[in-house]
Design a protein. Structure first.
Length: 262
């Protein structure tokens, strides 16, 4: 909408037909609005641009796989709520990650080698993830705010990389919890409820084998992580309307094809 022809302000509410509950349309087909400041009635005066014709913000979906932490303890009884740091042998590290842009089939990923797993060393895989997250306008994931973003920044700092800050996020776990009423809010459950494939199966035995540098176990977790990203993107596409936000820049697309992510 342009400015109000009467008071020259720009805040509107829809004029609703009380008998139908629908927004009133002008004879010319334009929707009709009421100025919230002066009550002036005016039809829309701009050409509607459908969302597919707008420049979409780049949404990068990511998923991290991290190790368990290693503690020594006197039996399986924990006297308090938490294990003591005095018993910590090795803190967790990043086993690997996968990432993909919405609207793009490419899935990028990196995982540790068996030797790196044995040494709990993720230094070779964090920089590429940092580059991807730094380039994205919006970063998405299932529990991205509660897990992946925090874990990624922790490892970035460990390897002297700047924190990733100031990024908008879309968390499908938070969308499901706040806007839906599923029996379970895991990615696998939601995917199946939406008629999708769901996650690959992985066991604690696989994780322990990966910690021991088992090549097949690391490869299995790698495949598991990439499937989480592809299924997560499909879940995000279904739940994105619940975010009630416009993830575009409002500008028209240009006829440009330079091989970059649109």
């Amino acid at each position: 909408m342009r400015i109000c022809e009467n008071c020259y302000r720009r805040h509107w509410r829809a004029k609703i037909n009380k008998s139908t509950g629908l927004q009133v349309k002008h004879n010319n087909g334009n929707l009709v609005y009421i100025c919230i400041h002066c009550g002036h009635v005016q039809d829309e005066q701009h050409e509607f641009v459908p969302p597919p014709e707008r420049i979409q913000a780049n949404i990068l979906y990511i998923d991290l796989e991290t190790s368990k932490s290693l503690y020594y303890n006197y039996g399986n009884r924990v006297p308090s709520k938490h294990l003591s740091n005095d018993h910590l042998v090795k803190a967790w590290y990043m086993i690997g990650w996968a990432a993909s842009y919405m609207g793009n089939d490419n899935v990028w990923s990196q995982f540790v080698t068996p030797d790196e797993a044995l040494n709990w060393n993720d230094s070779a895989i964090v920089k590429r993830l940092w580059d991807l997250m730094n380039a994205a306008e919006i970063i998405a994931g299932h529990n991205i705010n509660g897990f992946d973003f925090k874990r990624a920044n922790t490892r970035f700092k460990k390897h002297n990389l700047p924190f990733i800050t100031g990024k908008k996020t879309i968390d499908t776990l938070q969308l499901a919890r706040s806007k839906m009423a599923y029996e379970n809010n895991t990615l696998d459950y939601i995917a199946h409820e939406l008629g999708l494939d769901g996650k690959n199966e992985i066991t604690n035995k696989d994780w322990l084998a990966a910690h021991g540098g088992n090549k097949e176990a690391i490869a299995k977790i790698h495949t598991y992580c990439k499937k989480d990203v592809t299924e997560g993107k499909r879940v995000l596409a279904e739940l994105l309307p619940l975010a009630n936000k416009r993830f575009n820049f409002g500008a028209l697309k240009k006829a440009v094809n330079d091989g970059e992510v649109e």
